[in-house]
Ligand binder design. Sequence first.
Ligand SMILES: Cc1cc2nc3c(=O)[nH]c(=O)nc-3n(C[C@H](O)[C@H](O)[C@H](O)COP(=O)(O)OP(=O)(O)OC[C@H]3O[C@@H](n4cnc5c(N)ncnc54)[C@H](O)[C@@H]3O)c2cc1C
Length: 299
Amino acid sequence: MDDTIRGLKQAALAAWEPIAKRAGRAYVAGPRITDALTLSRQFWDAGMGVVVCFWNGENTSPRIVANRALATLESFAEADGDHYLAIKAPALGFSRDLVREIVTRATLSSARVHFDAQRPEAVEKTRALAESVMGGGTTIGFTLPGRFSRSVRDAAWAIRRNVPVRVVKGQVPDPAAPELDPRAGFLAVIDALAGRARHVGVASHDAPLVRQALQRLVSNGTPCELELLLGLPFGPALREARTFGVPVRVYVPFGEGRLPYHFTEVRHNPRVLAWLARDLWRAERAPRAKVPGWTSAPA
Ligand SMILES: Cc1cc2nc3c(=O)[nH]c(=O)nc-3n(C[C@H](O)[C@H](O)[C@H](O)COP(=O)(O)OP(=O)(O)OC[C@H]3O[C@@H](n4cnc5c(N)ncnc54)[C@H](O)[C@@H]3O)c2cc1C
């Protein structure tokens, strides 16, 4: 019986992977840097900043990942819009040499290099990697997921090291704190940063959460902005940013798309099916050309 269930699970997973890969294209600008640049220009024209990141495939080597980051810095240096580069330490094999190469190149164009958050077990090594390239003239940023029990402690580190941070809910739970509510964790990190951090990116599409986070940061005079992910709904969170008069930045990935949800979530969230149908439809179309109008002036 166990074998039958295991077999069915494997078959379902095998069927899901190509579908997820296809639908995941709705969450990247396209496969090439030029796709990211074209879309970024539209966000710049709409008064927003961008974060650019190469999303690797499963078999992409760390060298190729680093080359894409270097090429991104080259093309964006000439473009003149507000941007920073995001990197993923595991995709770079946690290589100090590769990260140093990227950071050295970023110094030439004064671009910030920001570490995305990955799995909880990667945080310690990512932090050590970030430390290894600090102090050389390039601004190094770090992401703090509310779902990780250690993030409040990491916030104290970021304040000490004067590191700009992005706060997210986090895509994977922390095995050390599986019950930690992502929203409560998010706000605990915001509270740890408010009034003390150099700069905070509130990275969420959850409008009530964005409102609470911005309220706490703005009332403490903390420099902050709203960060949005390409492909997720912008409207409600954008309205909160407008109310508080804070700037907005959009995360524009290029390379291999991946879905921000999994079919097993259907049990708790039937809307996943509608999102999947929409994403399969969107994935067949050219990269989104429709960028919402935006002004950071309070409404
Ligand atoms: C700029 C940015 C950078 C990020 N960087 C990282 C990172 O480095 N590491 C990391 O682990 N995570 C990162 N994330 C992802 C983050 O951890 C969350 O998984 C993700 O943002 C979802 O949580 P949320 O708070 O935005 O919104 P949710 O509460 O999940 O959703 C907000 C609203 O959008 C709707 N919605 C959600 N998904 C969809 C969808 N696919 N289609 C349509 N509607 C949808 C929901 O129903 C809800 O109404 C990042 C997110 C952003 C915005």
